[in-house]
Design a protein. Structure first.
Lengths: 721, 159
């Protein structure tokens, strides 16, 4: 018997069923409950749920709930709905949702969009189709089971009747919301028509013709433009500033000090300058004089000195399996090596910006290129004292995320300035602001010691990890899980950690942690294989052939990707003396990826010619988007391996692309992707391919040149790309 | 303020702008042509590229007041219906990730194809060197330029 919720009329059984089957637990059930309840006819538009709209004239709209930062979700999500709704892709119009709690998580981060959205999106498409099918069956007096759907039409084969979706809206809107357990959700590649194919991005037509899309493209009537100067040394306060003089400069309408807060992720102290054009605001800034009260003077030199001291200490033991010291003593060979990588910046092409309009009624409206608009809304609410339900956030396309825009300092700054000014304001950071006020990927030192037995197998692994923290606790992006491999792959394992106190802001940077330390692990494995006299592939496959206790990653899926990459690259083939192949495997954010890179060297100058990738993220949703992420991650890895952020007097020393030189087209390798479409739920791909790319390239550089890179950027080892 | 008449995408616009205001900001803030993007502000990334008399130019470092009489083409004006061979190829290859730099990339590529109807990888790398893409779409940019060259050649044969 079905029990209906008295208040909502929602079928409780359906509600609970969804809650149980959904990967993200109860929230998804809640989302679906509110989404499904929307089944209604609004004028000429049928709205079966939050994701689907069909107009009487046949227009089909699919709403994409997550922000688009280049990860391809605005195409991939609607593809899933379209697949299940049985409509042709070229008939679909895609619309970006604003921030709306009924959608649940609306975040670009953690490669979680796809796994979290998979159930809701399929239910949305399949549920709407179920209503349309029932509507047609009811109209014709036939069984719904005899009806089928394709290309936006319901067909009853026995009678030869057919009806386009838009002719069924009135009936469908009156039907009860289906029990989710009655919906048969497509789940495997063999069920798919659209999913798994190469589909160009839905915003491409606007991108290639320069139409407004991005946060900084927002234009409002009467809008002013703002710049915001913060203390170069993080957290510094304003003692005084010559704002009276600034107010008299051409075009300037406002100049004022913002006292701010002590939250490095929030509204920092600074001086706002508002003008009729951005150029005038920024020109006035050249004459701004601020007396800063700086609170710290962190420097890279001090960090390095501290790391030296700490390297001689034991550190805190985070995990110890077996007896590492004894195993090292009895090992046939002991190999010791240290690895270092520096801080790096996100360097999004679109510098941080946000547009805000404060209404006299007390309502705040924002246009934000944010990866996590919900947390931005909460920050604005808490800082400005505006209730969250009075803040509306429009999601704009994002000119690059990579984790930077999970922090919403630019949102709260724009909101504060707009309220102060009483007119719509666009805050636009300069490139220099962007690079000097990032949340950097933290540097770290890895001191490894491993024992190898007479058979060339690793018997002990001792790891001293020196990272950054505050009051002894690691800061954002600076942690390392004690369960990360090779824990669980070797009998005797120990992880020790030491922490350098730091005041510089850090944060998640594409595949946080993994994108940095994978290089250290996989380079050291290369050293171990070499010391053991074993082939790199064979050594790694052997390492992945058994576990001690709970395996740190799925051994079979990891090996699978490594085998594919090696086979496609022709691992073991004969190469010219100045050429080398290098490999690495990894698992993070739900995705298994291995790469093999081929490098050709001319002296110390190298060219990464080609990278072969083996990827297992379950079924691929958009083949183009998936490949794009793999290609982008490989290029990102090669670019970032040549970059470094340094600090002096508490401030960032780099400021623009002239001293933080991203990779250019002539250094870009060819990338060949091989997907293993395994029988697992689909996972995201914005992050997993980056971590193993750096070590695959570094190992290939060693194979081609004999230079083992133990410090990043590459030029510290005399290697240039 | 300086008065200047700019010829943009075939149309004349009378502007009254600060004498040192770069063309980039005149386009974006005065004319609301936001397809041209700000990124570095020092002429090293290519996001703000426009064609000046057919030559790819970093508009973030060129004062608008000095551009009277020049033919300025922005990404909005490359082709009337967005059907330039490069625009078609960019979509078919699905070049963009975030898309922010792509207007500048396409205009630079348009100037290349004008001079060289069948560019090699090396020609492409040389011509596109000034355009950064943080998302790493470079392999697809090479592919799309070659595809656009094919589209253009085919259209040439047909017409």
């Amino acid at each position: 018997m079905k029990v209906l919720d008295q208040k909502t009329g929602m079928d409780r059984r359906a509600f609970l069923k969804v809650s149980m089957m959904a990967s993200g637990a109860l929230m998804i059930g809640v989302n679906w409950a509110s989404a499904a309840l929307a089944n209604e006819l609004d004028g000429s538009t049928w709205i079966p749920n939050l994701y689907v709209r069909i107009d009487r004239d046949g227009k089909i709209t699919i709403v994409s709930k997550n922000p688009e930062a280049g990860q391809g979700v605005k195409t991939a999500f609607p593809m899933v709905v379209a697949e299940c709704l049985e409509v042709d892709w070229h008939d679909v119009n895609v619309e970006q949702a604003p921030l709306d709690d009924r959608y649940g998580r609306q975040v670009v981060g953690g490669s979680r969009g796809t796994p979290d959205g998979w159930d809701d999106l399929r239910i949305a498409g399949t549920g709407a189709l179920h209503l349309l099918t029932a509507a047609a069956a009811g109209k014709w007096g036939v069984s719904a089971a005899e009806c089928s759907a394709a290309s936006g039409t319901i067909v009853h084969k026995p009678s030869g009747k057919s009806a386009a979706y838009h002719t069924l809206l009135d009936i469908a809107a009156k039907l009860p919301v289906p029990d989710v357990s009655d919906l048969k959700l497509k789940s495997r590649p063999e069920d798919f028509k659209l999913l798994g194919t190469f589909v160009p991005g839905v915003d491409n037509p606007k991108i290639v013709t320069g139409q407004p899309l991005f946060g900084c493209d927002t234009r409002l009537n009467g809008m002013l433009y703002a710049v915001f100067e913060k203390c170069p040394s993080f957290g510094g306060k304003v003692r005084s500033a010559n704002v009276e003089k600034i107010r008299k400069l051409p075009g300037v309408t406002h100049a004022f000090v913002i006292k701010g807060t002590e939250n490095l992720n929030g509204l920092m102290p600074g001086v706002a300058i508002v003008a009729k054009s951005w150029w005038e605001a920024n020109s006035a800034r050249n004459q701004l004089q601020v007396d800063w009260d700086s609170s710290h003077a962190d420097s890279t030199a001090d960090f390095n000195a501290r790391a030296q001291v700490l390297s001689k200490e034991q550190g805190e033991t985070l995990r110890a399996d077996g007896n590492v010291e004894k195993a090292l003593d009895s090992a046939d060979k002991v190999i010791q090596s240290s690895y270092y990588y520096p801080f790096v910046s996100h360097a999004n092409m679109e510098p941080q910006n946000c547009t805000a309009r404060y209404h006299e009624s007390g309502r705040m409206e924002l246009w934000a290129p944010s990866q996590n608009p919900k947390s931005g809304r909460s920050l604005v609410s808490g800082t400005l004292g505006i209730p969250e339900d009075r803040i509306h956030v429009n999601l704009t396309r994002i000119g690059g995320g990579f984790g930077r825009r999970l922090r919403n300092d630019f949102m709260v700054e724009a909101a504060w300035i707009a309220r102060e000014v009483g007119r719509p304001v666009q805050l636009q950071w300069t490139r220099e602001d962007d690079m000097r006020h990032d949340f950097y990927r933290p540097a770290a030192w890895h001191h490894f010691q491993a024992g190898i037995d007479g058979n060339g197998r690793m018997t002990a692994f001792d790891h001293h990890f020196i990272t950054f923290g505050k009051n002894g606790e690691t800061i954002s992006g600076a942690g390392l899980s004690p369960d990360h491999y090779p824990a669980g792959l070797v009998q005797n394992f120990r992880l020790r950690q030491s922490v350098i106190e730091a005041n510089v802001p850090t944060g998640p940077w594409r595949s946080p942690g993994h994108s940095a330390y994978c290089w250290a692990y996989q380079s050291f494995f290369d050293e171990l294989a070499l010391a053991a006299g074993r082939d790199q592939l064979e050594f790694r496959l052997d390492l992945l052939s058994r576990s001690y206790g709970k395996p740190p990653l799925n051994l079979e899926r990891t090996s699978g990707t490594l085998r594919v990459a090696a086979e496609k690259a022709g691992w073991g083939r004969k190469l010219a003396a100045n050429r080398g192949l290098g490999m690495a495997f990894h698992y993070d954010h739900g995705g298994f990826v291995s790469h093999v890179a081929e490098v050709v060297a001319k002296g110390s100058k190298i060219q990464v010619e080609k990278v072969w990738s083996g990827i297992d993220i379950g079924p691929v949703i958009n083949l183009s988007g998936a490949r794009n992420q793999v290609e982008g991650c490989v290029v990102d890895a090669l670019s970032t391996a040549q970059l470094e952020i340094t600090f002096a007097d508490g401030a960032t020393e780099q400021s623009n692309f002239s001293d933080y030189e991203l990779l250019r087209i002539d250094q870009s390798p060819e990338i060949e992707c091989h997907f293993i479409q395994s029988d697992f739920p689909p996972m995201g791909l914005g992050e997993p391919p980056i971590a193993p790319a750096t070590p695959a390239i570094a190992n290939a550089i060693f194979a081609a040149t004999g230079t083992r890179i133990r410090e990043l950027p590459f030029n510290r080892s005399g290697i240039s790309v | 303020m300086s008065k200047v008449t700019l010829k943009i995408n075939g149309e004349s616009h009378l502007l009254d702008v600060p004498p040192d205001m770069p063309l980039l900001w005149a386009l974006r803030d005065t004319l609301n042509l936001v397809g041209t993007k700000y990124s570095c502000g020092i002429g090293v990334c290519g996001s703000c590229i426009v064609l000046i008399d057919g030559v790819p130019t970093q508009s973030c470092v060129m004062p608008a007041a000095g551009m009277a009489g020049m033919e300025i083409t922005t990404i909005e004006g490359l082709a009337p219906n967005g059907d330039h061979p490069l625009q078609k190829a960019w979509n078919d290859v699905d070049v963009p990730q975030c898309g922010y730099c792509q207007g500048g990339q396409i205009l630079t590529a348009a100037a290349l194809l004008k001079q060289n109807s069948n560019p090699s990888d090396k020609d492409i790398d040389e011509a596109m060197y000034g355009n950064l893409c943080r998302c790493g779409t470079y392999p697809r940019i090479r592919k799309a330029i070659k595809l656009a060259a094919q589209y253009a050649a085919k259209a040439g044969v047909e017409s």
